[in-house]
Design a protein around this ligand. Structure first.
Ligand code: FE2
Ligand code: FE2
Length: 303
């Protein structure tokens, strides 16, 4: 099985994309809190019909903050993983070595980008928003898994960012232009990452037995379960941040509805949209048709 992608193409496309963090945020480039940050397909505030339009916007901002924090957090394990994968190949194919180093450098830039947006958000939002973590403990847990499991999770995350932008952000004219610019610039570089990850998965699996591949895919599923628990905790933090920011205390039934809807919204945002991406599923199908069918059947629970 071979991919249509090449290291030379990925590197050359990456080299033509040259934005800096300072071009996107900072100075007079500020977040506009009169507009939503996330599209409704990810934020899912409308289902909470006991919230006013203004409260739904506040919740959208709280979810936008969590998006910044969660991406900052996942990129903290992607960066060392990609560097570890690049190191043994530094003396081989030059395009390959440079493509992975470029990938790692871009992820370091993305961590900086998400941190900078988060600092801007915290300066102007006016209420404390908590986040699951700490990032180092999450990174340590993720990186303790089989490399194939981690590579599959990263592949899932890269295709997920493509889907977020293409399916729900690109054509949404209501979003804050600054937040949309973040998502656009992230999307531009993630496309090469998704292709490089697909080749990384292929490389890792090439030296594994079918039983080892199955164990790697099981590891990916275990990481999905770990992520889902984290997202449940994040929905609780978002409820508390919403109440602080809006000054409204929800009753018990409203809180239950909030947590149910928002946990599911988080599941689609960070799990379902990656797990059901056709290109992610295609990579899985090349590793194990049985596991591919199982995961394809599981994905609707995260939609
Ligand atoms: Fe990234
Ligand atoms: Fe990436």
């Amino acid at each position: 099985m071979t991919y249509q992608y090449s290291f030379k193409d990925c590197l050359q496309r990456a080299e033509r994309i040259t934005w800096r963090v300072e071009d996107i945020i900072g100075g007079d480039k500020k977040l506009d809190f009169s507009r939503p940050f996330l599209p409704e397909s990810l934020a899912r505030t409308a289902e909470l019909d006991f919230l006013s339009a203004e409260e739904r916007l506040t919740l959208n901002h709280v979810r936008g903050h969590a998006y910044l924090a969660i991406f900052g957090l996942v990129e903290e394990f992607i960066l060392p993983f990609v560097l570890d994968h690049a190191r043994p190949h530094l003396n081989g194919d030059d395009y390959r070595a440079r493509a992975y180093l470029e990938f790692a450098s871009e992820e370091a830039k993305h961590i900086h980008l998400f941190h900078t947006f988060r600092d801007e958000f915290q300066r102007d939002f006016g209420a404390k928003c908590e986040i699951i973590g700490p990032p180092q403990a999450i990174a340590q847990h993720v990186l303790s898994h089989d490399p194939l499991a981690v590579a599959l999770l990263i592949l899932h995350i890269e295709w997920m960012t493509q889907r977020h932008f293409q399916e729900s952000i690109e054509d949404d004219g209501a979003l804050d232009p600054q937040f949309k610019s973040l998502l656009l610039h992230h999307w531009m570089e993630e496309h090469q990452h998704a292709q490089l990850d697909a080749m990384m998965v292929q490389d890792l699996a090439a030296n594994m037995t079918p039983a080892q591949i199955d164990a790697g895919i099981e590891g990916y599923l275990a990481l999905g379960g770990f992520l889902d628990e984290g997202l449940k905790g994040q929905a609780q933090f978002d409820l508390e941040a919403f109440e602080r920011a809006s000054g409204r205390r929800l009753n018990d039934m409203q809180r239950r509805d909030f947590l149910r809807v928002q946990h599911q919204a988080n599941r689609w945002t960070y799990i379902g949209s990656g797990m059901s991406h056709p290109k992610f599923l295609w990579s899985l199908s090349t590793l194990s048709p049985a596991k591919h069918a199982f995961i394809e059947g599981l994905a609707p629970a995260f939609s």
